[in-house]
Each structure stands twice: as structure tokens, then as C-alpha cells.
Design a protein around this ligand. Structure first.
Ligand SMILES: Cc1ncc(C[n+]2csc(CCOP(=O)(O)OP(=O)(O)O)c2C)c(N)n1
Ligand SMILES: [Mg+2]
Length: 581
């Protein structure tokens, strides 16, 4: 695999070498600064405005750049790298179309609070604003979907800007930061001295909570008869999984984790009741609707979680812990707001948190519900069922893989039937719901975790949105196992058309899809296919034993639906349960 195999000692030597003051170009400054930020892998695509930057990479053995086949592949790979590692993901693209090809990926990262530094070239400074060849106002275009952005005017600002960008991306509520570098700035030379301090006026995220608010929460827990924890992606991003487990064990409060929170709490623990929301568990949704104290930790009350807002958690006092004060009260009125870093807040809370002593009946009720209403599907001996495939993937990997998904039914089945026990093992586009994300994000996740098994679960539709990145798996021997749940249809849209639009199926048929096995092999990647259980087990084992990348297509039943389902506009206790229930 294309990793830089450097020892700690040689890394140290490199850092010392590139930290020496020296007159170098903006491009060289960029590469050195990225290395000094600890970046070990960058995804990108060259072009006219970044020629100097790519020239600086030429013959540079210290800088690890992967050439994707589309800028969207690069940015989703950088995103997957960040989500699966906690480090800042970095990608590079040229001006104009290169930069605009990143837009979907920037929005994807922004919606899910993923730390990224996105570098674009731009036309030379004197041409900016003249509709020059391949000019696009990328800082303007991405203003609402970046945490911050820079248009670099002077090469002397570059070291500071890069250091600030990394700081902003990976502190507070994390998110993508754009650095747009005009071509003349990347060519200009100056004396480079590394910047190691940041001082950004007005940027000072609140990390430590107000202790009085934490005390209020702990008091409310003592009084609650039906307390519930709703934990989200913030738990994973702040590395608070251990603190969350301690908090849950101390208080013995049942816990539901959102789509992005999966892995933030061990699914094997008795207190865990699954994911809430549109395709969540019966137990999680009913528990929210009946709870008298809902402690929301690092989640943002997305509409896919809340359903009809006016009927959401009608009996609950709401505690909301979030690092972003703008989230408090945005969707749901909060009784006890706690602004701070989730990890720090829970550390403080754990000092005095005690067992919710009035909640025993509630615990029994929840436990009975959990037993009575697991996810269910009607299995078949003649057709391959997608839920069965995910269960098989889970069992054969002992739940130990990093799983990335695309968007659609397969994503929901993966969330329902693959069980996670570790954070940063689950990579999915929750907020934006970006088709095309699943496969390239797995490439990034694998680059960040060369020794772990990375499985990318895709639909037959979404796989065709970034399939070109099979090339970089083949050429760099990146051993991602790509699963395609082929139901021959835009399944999630089909499901809505069936259930909400009275079977008026409109433009969902994917007839004309390529032969995925042949497509893989055309790129030099091993391809497998199965349409029954015996073959499915056999080819999956073969794919797992194959040391390089592999694509496994599971041909499944076309008309399968994801259940439970809460139709848009309903409260979350109004679940369509499906025939299996
Ligand atoms: C870029 C993009 N375009 C459109 C959609 C709307 N959409 C959501 S799910 C879906 C169907 C996905 O089909 P497929 O990839 O085959 O997955 P399946 O639902 O069949 O598992 C569509 C079109 C989207 N989420 N993202
Ligand atoms: Mg499909």
C-alpha cells in the first residue's frame, strides 16, 4: 500500500530539516507546512493553477499524494481519512472546475462536522475577478459550507494561514476550512519559518462547561423516572466514548446513539437500545417519546431523528450538551443547556453523577421492549436478502471492520444490522446524505488505518457515482473490500414511491448498470458476484482472503423495504413496522 513507511527517528530528522529557515516558494511552504502539521497522506488532482504545487511534489519522497480520478473522489477520501482517524483530512484541486468539483464533498464534511483542510489553486492574483480561464470564486461559492476560508494574497501569510486552518478545522465544532492559493502566490518565494502558535481574534471555542449547569443535570437525573441518553457524532469526534460509557454505567440510563453516533457506545452493552429516528429501533423511538428526561450529548436534533418536531419527546425535560452554542435551542427547546466539549463535560459530570434511582420500572420496560422488538426481516431461501448479507458481513468480521457506506437503503441496513463497539469504525454521510461518498471515503479510511479491515457498502446506484476510484485502489494496492448491494434500483427512492406515492414508480430503474465484476476487472481489481446464500458466503470469504482490493456484488431482492419507517411529517412513535413485525 502507498504509505510513507518512515520511522519515528527519520520523521524527527525530517521535521528538523524542513523547519530550518530557508527562502523557498509558496508551493514548497505549503508542502513543508502540511508535513509539519503531521499530514501523511493527501488526495488530489492537478491542473494549471496548482502546477507549482505539483512541481514541488516532483521527486519529493517525503510527501505522500494520491492521485484520484475525480476531485469528488479526492475530497471524500480525505473525509473518510478524517472520520476514521480523528486527524485533519487534506485534499488539493486546481481552480475553476477542479474547485467546483469539491463542493459536494465540502458540504458533506460541513454537515457532519468533519475536520478538513481543502486546498485549491486559483488564477494569478491580477486576473481574479476578470472571468479568467478556469476562474471560479470558490471562497464565495463555499462560504455557507465551510467553517472558515482564506484567499491567500501574500506568500508571507501562507505559513500562518495553514497553521490557523488546521487549528480551526480540528478544534471547537470541527469542520472544513478552505485555503485558496492564487498561482502567483504558490510561485512566489520568501523566507519560510514554521508557525507554531495561533492567535485568532474572536475564535475561542468554549471547552469547559458551566459547573452549575452540570449540577442541574445531575440533580434532574436523580429526580427522573424515565431518563434517556441520546448521543450523537459529537461523542465520537471529541473522543468521549470512554467518558460516555462511564456516565451511562454510573447513572444506569438507557442510551440511544444517532446514525453518526454509532460506535460511540458499545452496542453489546445492555443499556444500548439502538439508533433512533426514521429507520431507528422501535425501542429507541418509543423511549424518546415516553421519557421524562432526555439528555442529548453531541447531537443536533436532525429532522431524521426527531420526526415531527412539535410532537417530539413531548414529556421530556431536555438537557443539551454541545460545543456549538448555536445548536442549543435551534430545533428543540432546551431546559438545561450545557455548552462545552462533550469529553470535558462528561468528565466533569462523572465526578458527581449517580444512579438514576427512580428509574427501575423504566429500565424493566425498556429492556422488555428491546427484547420484543429487535430489527426484523423475512428471510428467504430462494432470494438473497440485503439484511442477511449485512448480518453475514458482521458475523464473518466479528464486528471488527471499519465500515463505510453510501446513501440509500443499504446504508440503513448497514446501520441496523452491523453492530459497532468501537468509535471511528463507522463512516457514513449523515447530514448531507451524499451518494458517491461510500467508496472513496473507504480509500481514505484505509490509508489512515493500513492494518484494519475496511469494508465499503454501496448501492448499485451510488457505486456508479465514484466507481472511477477503483483505479487508485488497483494502482496503490489499497485493500478495501467494496460491497455492492445490487437491488437493480434506486432502492430508497423506490421505497418512498411505493409507500408515500402509491406505487407510482418514476425513474428508479437502474437497468443499464455495468457488469460490476467486469468493471472491477477492467480496473485490475478482483470482482466477485453472488445471488444466493451459499455463493455469498463463499465469494465473501474469497474476497476477504484476497490480499488486495476486491469488489463483491450481492444481487439481492429488488423490492425489499427498510423497516421500521417513520414517514416524513409523522411523530417518531408512528412507525410503519413492515410485515416481519
Ligand atoms: C448525490 C445524490 N443524489 C441523489 C440522492 C437521492 N437518493 C437518496 S437514496 C437514493 C437511491 C440510492 O440508490 P442505490 O445507490 O442503488 O442504493 P439503494 O437505496 O438501492 O440501497 C437516491 C437517488 C442522494 N442522496 N445523493
Ligand atoms: Mg440500489
Amino acid at each position: 500500500m502507498a504509505t510513507t513507511n518512515v520511522t519515528t527517528k527519520s520523521k524527527q530528522e525530517l521535521i528538523e530539516k524542513i523547519s530550518q529557515p530557508e527562502v523557498i516558494s509558496g508551493s514548497e511552504i505549503l508542502l513543508r507546512s502540511l508535513l509539519l502539521e503531521g499530514v501523511d497522506c493527501v488526495f488530489g488532482y492537478p491542473g494549471g493553477a496548482v502546477l507549482y504545487i505539483y512541481d514541488a511534489m516532483h521527486g519529493n519522497p517525503d510527501f505522500n499524494h494520491l492521485l484520484t480520478r475525480h476531485e469528488q473522489g479526492a475530497i471524500h477520501a480525505a473525509d473518510g481519512y478524517a472520520r476514521a482517524s480523528g486527524k485533519v483530512g487534506v485534499c488539493i484541486a486546481t481552480s475553476g472546475p477542479g474547485a467546483t468539483n469539491l463542493v459536494t464533498g465540502i458540504a458533506t464534511a460541513y454537515m457532519d462536522s468533519v475536520p478538513m483542510v481543502v486546498i485549491t489553486g486559483n488564477v494569478i492574483s491580477s486576473l481574479i475577478g476578470t472571468d479568467a480561464f478556469q476562474e471560479a470564486d470558490i471562497t464565495g461559492i463555499t462560504m455557507p459550507i465551510t467553517k472558515h476560508s482564506y484567499l491567500v494574497r501574500d506568500v508571507n501569510d501562507l505559513p500562518r494561514i495553514i497553521h490557523e486552518a488546521f487549528h480551526i478545522a480540528n478544534t471547537g465544532r470541527k469542520g472544513p476550512v478552505l485555503i485558496d492559493i492564487p498561482k502567483d502566490v504558490s510561485a512566489a518565494k520568501t523566507l519560510f519559518k514554521p508557525v507554531t502558535e495561533v492567535n485568532i481574534r474572536g475564535y475561542n471555542p468554549t471547552v469547559n462547561p458551566n459547573k452549575l449547569q452540570v449540577d442541574k443535570m445531575n440533580k434532574a437525573i436523580k429526580e427522573a423516572k424515565k431518563p434517556l441518553i441520546l448521543a450523537g457524532g459529537g461523542v465520537v469526534y471529541s473522543g468521549a466514548h470512554e467518558e460516555l460509557l462511564e456516565f451511562a454505567l454510573k447513572t444506569e440510563i438507557p442510551i440511544t446513539t444517532t446514525l453518526l453516533g454509532l460506535g460511540g457506545f458499545p452496542s453489546g452493552n445492555d443499556l444500548w437500545i439502538g439508533m433512533p429516528g426514521m429507520h431507528g429501533t422501535y425501542t429507541a423511538n418509543m423511549a424518546i417519546q415516553n421519557s421524562d428526561l432526555l439528555i442529548c450529548i453531541g447531537a443536533r436534533f436532525d429532522d431524521r431523528v426527531t420526526g415531527k418536531l412539535s410532537g417530539f419527546a413531548p414529556h421530556a425535560k431536555i438537557v443539551h450538551i454541545d460545543i456549538d452554542h448555536d445548536e442549543i435551542g435551534k430545533n428543540v427547546q432546551t431546559d438545561i443547556p450545557i455548552v462545552g466539549d462533550v469529553k470535558t463535560v462528561l468528565q466533569v459530570a462523572n465526578q458527581t453523577a449517580a444512579r438514576a434511582e427512580q428509574a427501575d420500572e423504566w429500565r424493566r420496560e425498556i429492556s422488555a421492549m428491546k427484547k420484543a422488538h429487535p430489527f426484523k426481516y423475512i428471510d428467504s431461501d430462494t432470494e438473497l436478502k440485503p439484511q442477511w448479507v449485512i448480518e453475514m458481513l458482521y458475523q464473518t468480521t466479528n464486528g471488527d471492520a471499519i465500515v463505510t457506506t453510501d446513501v440509500g437503503q443499504h446504508q440503513m441496513w448497514a446501520a441496523q444490522y452491523y453492530k459497532f463497539n468501537k468509535p471511528r469504525s463507522w463512516v457514513t454521510s449523515g447530514g448531507l446524505g451524499t451518494m458517491g461518498f461510500g467508496f472513496p471515503s473507504a480509500i481514505g479510511a484505509q490509508m489512515a488505518n493500513p492494518d484494519r479491515l475496511v469494508i465499503s457498502i454501496n448501492g448499485d446506484g451510488g457505486m456508479q457515482m465514484c466507481a472511477q476510484e477503483l483505479a487508485i485502489c488497483a494502482i496503490n494496492n489499497i485493500p478495501v473490500k467494496v460491497v455492492i448491494i445490487n437491488n437493480q434500483v434506486l432502492g430508497m427512492v423506490r421505497q418512498w414511491q411505493e409507500l408515500i406515492h402509491e406505487n407510482r414508480f418514476s425513474h428508479i430503474d437502474l437497468a443499464g448498470s455495468p457488469d460490476f465484476v467486469k468493471l472491477s476487472e477492467a480496473y485490475g481489481v478482483r470482482g466477485f458476484r453472488a445471488d444466493n446464500k451459499a455463493d455469498a458466503r463463499k465469494v465473501w470469504e474469497e474476497a476477504m482472503n484476497h490480499p488486495g482490493p476486491a469488489v463483491v456484488e450481492f444481487v439481492v431482492r429488488r423490492d425489499e423495504n427498510v423497516y421500521p419507517m417513520v414517514a416524513q411529517g409523522s411523530t417518531i412513535d408512528q412507525m410503519i413496522m413492515g410485515d416481519a413485525e
